[in-house]
Design a protein around this ligand. Sequence first.
Ligand code: ATP
Length: 544
Amino acid sequence: MTDAQTGAATTSVAAPVASPPSGTPADAARAGTSPSDTVPTDALLVATDLVKSYGPVKAVQGVTFHCMPGEVLALVGENGAGKSTVAKMLAGAVTPTSGAITVSGAPLASGSVRQSRQSGVRCAFQELALVPDWTVAENLSLPDGAPLRGFSQKKAVRAARELLDALHLPQIDPRAAVGSLSLADRQLVEIARALAGAPTLLILDEASSALTPPGVAWLFERIRELTAQGGSVIYVSHRLGEIAEIADRGTVLRDGRVAGEFVRGGWTDDQLISMMAGREAERFFPAPPPRTSDAVALSVENLRAEGLRSVSLEVGAGEILGVGGLQGHGQAELLRALFGASPAQADSWTVGGRRIRRTTPVRSVARGLGYVPEDRKKEGLALEMSVGENLLAPWFRWWQLGGRPRLSKERGWISGILSVLSVRTRGPLELAGSLSGGNQQKLVFGRWMNRDRTVILLHDPTRGIDVRAKQELYGAIVDLAEQGVGILWFSTEVEELVHVCHRVVVLYQGRVADELTGDRLTPDAVVGAAVTGSSAAIRGGAVA
Ligand SMILES: Nc1ncnc2c1ncn2[C@@H]1O[C@H](COP(=O)(O)OP(=O)(O)OP(=O)(O)O)[C@@H](O)[C@H]1O
């Protein structure tokens, strides 16, 4: 939680204290203890001294923790701390180099997804494991991706409809191809698939990262139902508000080791952030910089595209214009259309004062646009190429000609970006695919920095990024605005919009429902306009 005036982090404590309250990070965490010494005999999951090395990279270095029946255990840590690697070892998707895992007292065979599933372990990941070309029904009925003999489309659709209804997801069409759904809906399907197996242990690895507040509320209801029946949940997230609300206990990872533990109500945001970082750290939102120019970076009138009815807006040079609204109301379509990633028409359209009729991504880059897309895996990165090549991707004609860039020529710029954004990598030659999810996201943003851009279009760039890295990204966005770059920034985190943007437009059903600025730019106003399509209801007191 953040103090509205100062932006400084304040106590963020959930429900009643279940363990002694704490005053310092050292109190909050029992850093360095060996939880294996105190594992209750009825623990559902016990992970002992887990190690995972990838050649010289020690992703996880002796992690021990346990989870009780009916408990929600948070796993937190900075990008690259080892959370996903631990989650994948529990799921059987990654074979531990050493260590042991037991579920309900029985050892799990290392690296066996099938055995993990038989033990009742189910997972939902931020990087979705769904097959995009398959329908929702197919994805839900063939959870291992294995074609089944005698598969019946009709039965699968019926079963999927029943499951989705039982999980209160009537809006999802079982016949729709997963690739045609919004990222938020795909994430709901991924979670539904994990819940379908009535898991004993549900692992949610940043599975809420694309969900908007109603989606998160839905997820928490499902978690509470599961834990009420004795199921356990491992909850991996960078959203501390969610951890405060849902987690009974937590384990903090740092550099692949357990840095400490915490219990519900016994921690503050600052303490947890410090524990993750290994040093004192605090959270704040920088204010948008004062504007020094009236120049217009981007303007569009009556923009029409699929999912977008008629949007008119203007982004000034050096202005940070936020885009709010519930996901699926045209935000992704707006950014894609403006970048030329999908067809669009407008009555008038300018970038940097120059008129354009239509555009393509290649032309957009040439015209001074940058774009951080929603789905970094599909649109943002070439995972089989190096970190350096990914940063340089938009800047070389080799991309079209099939050559490769000379990294040596750009070494200074590359190392500057990697350092400013604290990308955790072995260097520019490392494959992007071996970076942790949050560090991959930083690359997609970093490629546009210090490159003479007129406008940068951002689709939820802090998704999956740890708290400290978010600070760095906010700083980088404000720096870009100070240099005169116009920023159009869709975020699912309302606080970001309210604190770091000059103005916010809220989209509702493909139109601008409201524009909020000055005193009217508050979290309630953004959420209210997103839900009702107008902030008039808020001003009239209808939405609290
Ligand atoms: N296949 C791989 N090959 C080499 N290194 C890897 C591989 N997978 C993960 N790593 C490294 O292991 C470390 C831990 O990564 P992991 O994905 O577990 O982090 P994380 O805590 O989940 O981060 P994030 O919050 O960004 O998702 C990182 O340094 C990462 O680069």
